[in-house]
Design a protein around this ligand. Sequence first.
Ligand code: ASP
Length: 333
Amino acid sequence: MKKVLMIGTGGTIASEMTPDGLAPGLSPERLLQFVPAISALCEVDCISVFSEDSTNITPAHWTRIAQTIRDHYERYDGFVISHGTDTMAYTAAALSYLIQHSRKPIVLTGAQKPIYFDSTDSKTNLTDAFVCACSEKAAGVAIVFNGRVILGTRARKTCSKSFAAFSSINYPDLATLQDHRLLCYIPGERSGEPCFFDRLSTDVSLVKLVPGMDPALLRFALEHKSALIVECFGVGGLPSYGDNAFFDLVSDYTARGRFVVMTTQVQNEGSDLSVYSVGHRLKENRRVLEAYDMTTEAAYTKMMWILGQTRVPEAVHSLFYTPVAHDILHPDP
Ligand code: ASP
């Protein structure tokens, strides 16, 4: 029988009603009591690394989860992480950089409704996550939710309330689950050795452009962080109003060692800075990177992973455009 480690981190799935609303309180052992069928699938050990609404999760939590998997990696065939849905896509992306080439499945799941509610997605999602964690066809980091298996670098929460909470962005689903049976379209890569990392830089942030935005906000962000993800409009660019203040800020701060990653706030199809003059002129700046079809979650956590290792511009450039877990399909020419 396969052995799976269940790692509890909190979230709605483990939440109980309190006078202030839902808050996580159930241990992973308690969650499993609601789904006895899982004990027929595999042997499970449980560990609770923290119990948080995922709104409270920080990069330090991501490195703790990764370290827990590293410490137990050889003893288990797969891992299930129960997690809040709100920041699950960020955790999935971060884990995809912290644990690369895993031949074992590392499956995140959670729910929109707590496990003890009459109408809940918790039991289905948890069972499906274990099915995936036991599968010979699965490998690496993925989110299992509402019958879909989504690559960790491609997930995004796209519905705040309904059970179909997650989408795979610019990439197909890896598999679906019907009646707890896995139909695998893209099998995981099971060759190679896992590579663990333990450092993420928190010197990265993100700004989202809005029409008429004051360039002083961009200055503030560039002043405070070494790398900034800029969520632009459409295929990408910076406003040129105000005497090109946005472009001048990017030139000034990149000349002082900052990195800027241009991405789009449009969910599907990614950026292409070369199309419009508002984007094209940034292409010559080697410290301005382009996210292309990456998710914002992946671009943000990838820069944290990269700056945890190096600040040498050529190395940052090359690491950013080197695909990790299929996070980017259009690397820089
Ligand atoms: N606020 C919850 C969380 O992210 C939402 C959920 O789990 O569905 O922890």
